[in-house]
Write a protein that binds this ligand. Sequence first.
Ligand SMILES: N[C@@H](CCC(=O)N[C@@H](CS)C(=O)NCC(=O)O)C(=O)O
Length: 236
Amino acid sequence: MIRLYQFLPAFGLPNASPFCMKLETYLRMAGLPYENVYLATPLKAPKGKLPYIDDDGCTVADSGLAIDYLKGKYGDFLDAWMSPQEAAVALAWRRLMEENLYWVLLYSRWIDEPGWSATRAAFFGGLPPLVRDLAPRYVRSIMKKELWGHGMGRHRRGDIYEIGRRDIAAVAGFLGEKSYLMGERPSTLDATAYAFVANILWVPQESPLQGAAKGHPNLEAYCRRMRENYYTAGEG
Ligand SMILES: N[C@@H](CCC(=O)N[C@@H](CS)C(=O)NCC(=O)O)C(=O)O
């Protein structure tokens, strides 16, 4: 049995972590049976981050490495049809979202207001009084350091959101009128895109990033399509 270790759901999404939501969406798209194991913190995760999977005792941490492992063991249900050129394009789009857009999302949630207030309430609001004050400050300081280390956190607010706006416009432009990112057939890239775009569009965190996504109605339609296809009503 595949066990998916991920954060507790928040914001009415399958997961407020785009990487956790990506891996769960992949499992659903590939039709692989799995069981969710929800963790409050990533402290015990093999690499200190979530998600990771355990497949009958074989542990794989990192959404991308887990998907590679699952494809190797159970077959590539989603991407085998792609030409090498299409696979290269899909990888480049995935990197845009996971390695660049992610940091704008992180900034909008953990640093900027009103995102930070919503994050604090959703992730820490249920903790006992003292921890409820200390934990968010501590985790936020880690996020600040990570943003600085990546480099995104060194930019001015306006520049960060302009970077995010361009990424969102690029994703929307590439999607165009197609049903899925790579055409009329769903692929693993859609697990990433749905997870990221829904985590920007469908969260109670107004930001210029969310405003940019709302400016592209095809992104909303795309997320609805993914939700209808891969999640039952009310789940995500
Ligand atoms: N490359 C990893 C990224 C995972 C990741 O960044 N997870 C975040 C949540 S979105 C996390 O666990 N952060 C905890 C931390 O950095 O302390 C993947 O694809 O799984």
